[in-house]
Design a protein around this ligand. Sequence first.
Ligand SMILES: C[S@@+](CC[C@H](N)C(=O)[O-])C[C@H]1O[C@@H](n2cnc3c(N)ncnc32)[C@H](O)[C@@H]1O
Length: 292
Amino acid sequence: MWFRTQPRRACPATLALCLRFLMHGTAAAVMDACLSSEQRSQHLQEAPCTPDGCSAPEGAPREEDTGGPPGGSNKIEPSLHSLQQFVPTDYESYTQEHYLFAGTKIVIQESIESYGAVVWPGATALCQYLEEHSEELNLQDAKILEIGAGPGLVSIVASILGAQVTATDLPDVLGNLQYNLLKNTLKRTAHLPEVRELVWGESLEQRFPRSSFHYDYVLASDVVYHHYFLDKLLATMAHLCQPGTVLLWANKFRFSTDYEFLDKFKQVFDTTLLAEFPEASVKIFQGILKWD
Ligand SMILES: C[S@@+](CC[C@H](N)C(=O)[O-])C[C@H]1O[C@@H](n2cnc3c(N)ncnc32)[C@H](O)[C@@H]1O
């Protein structure tokens, strides 16, 4: 699901409250209540897989606003700035959040203006799972692809744990994703993570041919929520998995539609519940594609 602020200024506190409510509260319907009627119709009509892109307004946040690169390297600033294509139009919505995983301080640039620019509960749960099980998962040099990577926390943690990561998402959020990945992995990881566009269900065989791409793990956090692309999402998950691939899917379960997706998921994947975080209503599943 994708929404974008209108030129008319919205109260950042209200937006933040709405998004927090969505992430940690109950229903996507609440989002409609949070949006103006103009925004609401756009939200309902706009296909998340075909955004027409955000133009980057002038006045992008400067490095000094971001607290500086966590790795302490100043040499990367120009490239980071040029990569930062996603820029919030409401600067009060722009924020930096700090995380600690795998003994590493991670700083993520977030904005409440996009679902894909905020770290969701499934991501922190999956990061915790990865750091606690990194040896048994054999993450060192493992080939990993993340779908719907958003601001990139999971891909960053997987990279810090030694994996070769490709982080994917819709085109609009790739600039912010690349910025966060570089900022947190440059000179810190054996393998620099890559960023690629991957729109669920679109040109999969052309862009990710099964003959040339094989992943040890496919990661997904909070990709199941109130949107219209659940069938394409499941097809994408199946396309990316081959014999030997393990899909790790973390999700906050809120709605009956989440459980309906889980039922379909179980038809396609041999499914194991790996972990539960009841306080956040997050479950982590392992899926191995069924080969009939
Ligand atoms: C709720 S956010 C979760 C972000 C991140 N995985 C996390 O847990 O913090 C859902 C993500 O899926 C992406 N997404 C939504 N629809 C998509 C589509 N049709 N194709 C590819 N990515 C999509 C969004 O851009 C966003 O990054």
